[in-house]
Write a protein that binds this ligand. Structure first.
Ligand SMILES: Nc1ncnc2c1ncn2[C@@H]1O[C@H](COP(=O)(O)OP(=O)(O)OP(=O)(O)O)[C@@H](O)[C@H]1O
Length: 385
């Protein structure tokens, strides 16, 4: 467990970067520090590994005041990942990852063998292990950065905007990888980002920092979205917080309808009215794109399938949430969101109205549950009297 008790950091020029921070981070939790630029997230994180010393207050790790511990020993128990990975340019990937275990006293051979295991664990192709960092993509470098931080198997992982410099698609991959790794490793992770979507996606709890280094709210992400503690938090999480909140609601109760589908070979038989859409699928049932009457005419005129169909919207599968289901419907040219099974074959569709109806049902059930709790409370009070 990591505890901040009345921690303040003032820089020599008088800037208060962190103001009276009180925070308890449970062991094994994924905690995200989020907030706009300059609100003290990085300063707070760097005080955990003593790269920065607080002006006042105490930080405890597993009950021990870190100012009384040896800084080098302390850091050996904390992996540290930064933006752009911070790899040593003149060392190969495998030697970058082996750095800390070697410092800790492992033999180079042992450390390299362990490094290869960790590289595999973070999803890096082992053929890249003998390359130098400059010969990797940004996303690959970031995976190596995570592997390096994990190499000495520290109980705590500090990650400072680790995915900010990579493109959105790679970033989603890395986020998914982090979620998978955390489920496997159960580390205490502190993660800094200014991106509320990233915070909501990754955090068990998120700490929202405001201007002047003051903590505004420390809560589960769904609570931050549903009940912002201050106007600042409401403003920071943005106007579409209701939409983001959909990601905490499962789509398993949404009823799927049959969708009209056709294989490419079947298209010549197709008779469509204006405004009707058919989903073109492979022989195995995987979606290839939507086609309407204009597309069918285009096929008959000899154009290719790709030139005659509209690319499908996002797909959703088992375990999807309402946000993914709604996005699938909204992004689909036909207005129908497509659900697929694990093999990628179409199992049905929904329209946006049905997702909204599902949301209303879930809310009604929650209201009823809340009301029945109130009644129970009154009942207890009445009999107590
Ligand atoms: N060495 C320093 N000397 C003086 N002021 C500093 C120093 N380092 C940071 N600050 C100031 O402290 C405040 C908090 O900075 P910090 O880097 O912790 O914020 P942050 O929330 O991590 O921001 P960002 O997201 O931009 O990295 C800012 O006003 C910053 O300018």
């Amino acid at each position: 467990m990591i505890e901040f008790a009345h921690v303040t950091k003032q820089y020599p020029d008088g800037t208060t970067a962190v103001d009276d921070l009180d925070l308890r981070i449970d062991a094994g939790s994924f905690t995200v520090f989020v907030g706009p630029s300059g609100c003290g997230k990085t300063t707070s994180m760097r005080m955990i590994n003593r790269m920065i010393t607080p002006t006042s207050g105490t930080i405890l790790v597993d009950g021990r005041d870190i100012s009384t511990l040896d800084a080098v020993q302390l850091r050996l128990g904390m992996g540290y990942v930064i933006q752009n990975a911070g790899l040593l340019p003149h060392r190969t990937v495998v030697d970058n990852v082996a750095t800390v275990p070697v410092l800790r006293g492992d033999s180079r051979r042992e450390a390299r063998r362990a490094a290869l295991d960790v590289l595999e664990r973070v999803g890096l192709d082992l053929s890249l292990a003998t390359r130098y960092p400059a010969q990797l993509s940004g996303g690959q470098q970031q995976r190596v950065g995570v592997a390096r931080a994990l190499a000495a198997d520290p109980p705590i992982l500090l990650m400072d905007e680790p995915f900010s410099a990579v493109d959105p698609v790679v970033r989603e991959d890395l986020q998914a990888e982090m979620q998978r790794l955390q489920a496997e490793l159960n580390k205490t992770i502190v993660f800094v980002t200014h991106d509320i979507d990233e915070a909501v996606k990754l955090g068990d709890r998120i700490a929202v920092f405001g201007r002047g280094g003051r903590l505004q709210q420390y809560d589960a992400p769904q609570r931050v979205l549903a009940a912002p503690a201050t106007d600042f938090v409401a403003e920071f999480v943005g106007r579409d917080r209701g939409y983001r909140g959909l990601s905490f609601r499962g789509a398993e109760d949404v009823v799927l309808h049959d969708i009209r589908t056709s294989t490419e070979a079947g298209l010549s038989e197709l008779r469509l009215q204006q405004g009707e859409w058919v989903l073109v699928v492979t022989d195995a049932g995987a979606p290839r794109g939507w086609i309407d009457v204009t597309g069918v005419e285009s096929i008959r005129a000899g154009n290719s399938l790709a030139d005659s169909t509209s690319a499908g919207g996002s797909l959703f599968g088992r375990g999807a949430d309402l946000r993914q289901a709604l996005d699938s419907a909204i992004s689909s040219p036909s207005g129908i969101g497509v659900a697929v099974n694990e093999a990628g074959a179409v199992i049905g569709g929904i329209d946006a109205g049905e997702v909204i109806a599902q949301l209303a049902e879930q809310r009604k059930a929650e209201d009823q549950a809340r009301n029945s709790r109130h009644f129970d409370g009154q009942h207890v009070e009445a009999t107590d009297r």
